[in-house]
Ligand binder design. Structure first.
Ligand code: PLP
Length: 378
C-alpha cells in the first residue's frame, strides 16, 4: 500500500540542531532567536516591523485589539477560509459578516463584499470597520478591488496571509497592503514552527501596541516598565523561532518544489473527469492544492477510497457560514453564500509536500482520475 500523507513538514537534522542550541542556551522564551526570526520575516516583506506570536489566530486577535475593533463593529471576512478571522471578531465582541468567494481562486469576491457591506448597513449589524481578505491557499486576493471597496466605506484592511508566505500581488509581498498583515506557521504551512504566527506592519505605533498586547499588556510608561493594558501572553518560544529561522532558509527550495508539484498536478489532472481545477498563477505558493468535485461525486467516499489506498486526501477548508456557531448565532443558511458552500462540501485537498516524489504525485492523480471515472471498486 502507498503511504502519501496530505502534508509533512520539511524538517531534517538542521531543525534538531536549532532546538539543541536553544536548550543549551537556557533562554527559552522570546529572546534573540525570536528577534532574528522577526527580522528575517520583516526583511522578506520589506516591512518595518514583524511581531511574532503563538499562532495565526493569536495574530488576528492582536490585530483587532490593536485597531480597537470591538462591540458594535462589523468585520467582513470571506466565508470559505479557516474561520479564525470570524472567530476572533466574535471574541472581541464584533460581528463577523461573511462574504462569498470566487470560484477558481477561492478568494473573497469584491463585488459580494460591497453587497454584504450594504446589507450590514441596511440591517444595522454593526459599524463596518474592517475587511480581512484571506490569500487562500497561497494565492493573493484581488487587492486592487478589495482596497477600492475598503476605501469607499472607510474600512481598515487586515490581510490574512496565514497560508501565503512568499506570495505576491503585482510584485508586492502579501501582508503589506493593509495596515496589518498576519501569517501562520502551523504544520500545514510551507514554513512551520509547530504552532506560531506573526504580524507585519509599517506603522510604528501599531507595532508597539501589538507588542504590548502580546506581552501581558506591558509597556514603558514614563521610563518605567508597567502594565499599560490588560493583555495576553502570546509570546513565541525560542524553540519555535529557531526552527522557523531554519525553515526560512529552506523556504526558496520548499516553494520551488511546491510549485513544481502543483504544475504537475495541473498537467496530470487536466483530463480528469468530474472536477474543476484551481486557478493557476505563477505567483501562487500552493499551501494547499484543492480541486472541486462535481456535485454528483460523494467527497467522503472519494476520501475513504483514497485513504484505503494510502493517499491522504481531505476536505480543502470550511465555509464559516455553514458552521453551527454562525448558523445558530446569525441565522446563516448554506445557500446564502453559494460558492463558499460548494467549496465547503466539494473541495478536495490532495497531498502536497517536500517529501513527495513525481511518482507519488502521479499515483495520487491517477488514483483520483480512476475513482472519478467510475471505478469506485479500486
Ligand atoms: C486562512 C487562515 N487564517 C488563519 C489561520 C489560523 O492560523 P493558526 O492555525 O496558526 O492559528 C489559518 C490556519 O489554518 C488559516 O488557514
Amino acid at each position: 500500500m502507498k503511504n502519501i500523507p496530505l502534508a509533512k513538514p520539511a524538517f531534517d537534522q538542521r531543525e534538531v540542531e536549532a532546538v539543541r542550541r536553544v536548550l543549551e542556551s537556557g533562554w527559552v522564551v522570546q529572546g534573540p532567536e525570536v528577534e532574528a526570526f522577526e527580522a528575517a520575516i520583516a526583511r522578506m516583506h520589506k516591512a518595518r516591523h514583524c511581531i511574532a506570536v503563538t499562532s495565526g489566530t493569536a495574530a488576528l486577535h492582536v490585530c483587532y485589539l490593536t485597531l480597537g475593533i470591538g462591540p458594535g463593529d462589523a468585520v467582513f471576512v470571506p466565508s470559505f477560509a479557516w474561520p479564525s478571522a470570524a472567530n476572533m471578531a466574535v471574541v472581541v465582541g464584533a460581528r463577523p459578516v461573511f462574504v462569498d468567494v470566487l470560484p477558481g481562486t477561492y478568494n473573497i469576491d469584491p463585488a459580494d463584499l460591497r453587497v454584504q457591506i450594504e446589507r450590514c448597513l441596511e440591517h444595522r449589524w454593526g459599524k463596518p470597520r474592517a475587511v480581512v481578505p484571506v490569500h487562500e491557499f497561497g494565492l493573493a486576493a484581488d487587492m486592487v478591488e478589495v482596497i477600492r471597496v475598503a476605501d469607499e466605506y472607510d474600512l481598515e484592511v487586515i490581510e490574512d496571509a496565514a497560508c501565503a508566505l512568499g506570495a505576491t500581488y503585482e510584485g508586492k509581498p502579501v501582508g503589506t497592503f493593509g495596515k496589518l498583515g498576519i501569517f501562520s506557521f502551523h504544520p500545514r504551512k510551507a514554513v512551520t514552527t509547530g504552532e506560531g504566527g506573526a504580524i507585519v506592519t509599517n506603522d510604528d505605533k501599531l507595532a508597539e501596541q501589538c507588542r504590548t498586547w502580546r506581552n501581558h499588556g506591558q509597556a514603558i510608561i514614563d521610563g518605567k516598565r508597567d502594565f499599560a493594558i490588560a493583555g495576553m501572553n502570546y509570546r513565541m518560544t525560542e524553540f519555535q523561532a529557531a526552527i522557523g529561522t531554519v525553515q526560512l532558509e529552506k523556504f526558496p527550495n520548499i516553494l520551488k518544489k511546491r510549485r513544481e508539484l502543483a504544475s504537475l498536478y495541473l498537467e496530470k489532472l487536466a483530463d480528469c473527469p468530474g472536477i474543476s481545477l484551481p486557478a493557476a498563477r505563477p505567483e501562487h505558493t500552493w499551501q494547499t492544492f484543492m480541486v472541486v468535485l462535481d456535485e454528483d461525486h460523494d467527497r467522503g467516499q472519494v476520501i475513504d477510497k483514497m485513504a484505503a489506498d494510502g493517499v491522504g486526501a481531505a476536505p480543502g477548508s470550511i465555509a464559516g457560514h455553514c458552521m453551527a456557531v454562525y448558523r445558530e448565532r446569525f441565522g446563516y443558511k448554506s445557500k446564502d453564500l453559494p460558492q463558499s458552500a460548494k467549496l465547503h462540501h466539494q473541495g478536495l485537498a490532495l497531498p502536497l509536500h517536500s517529501f513527495m516524489s513525481v511518482s507519488d504525485l502521479e499515483e495520487c492523480a491517477s488514483l483520483l482520475s480512476r475513482l472519478l471515472a467510475g471505478d469506485m471498486n479500486e
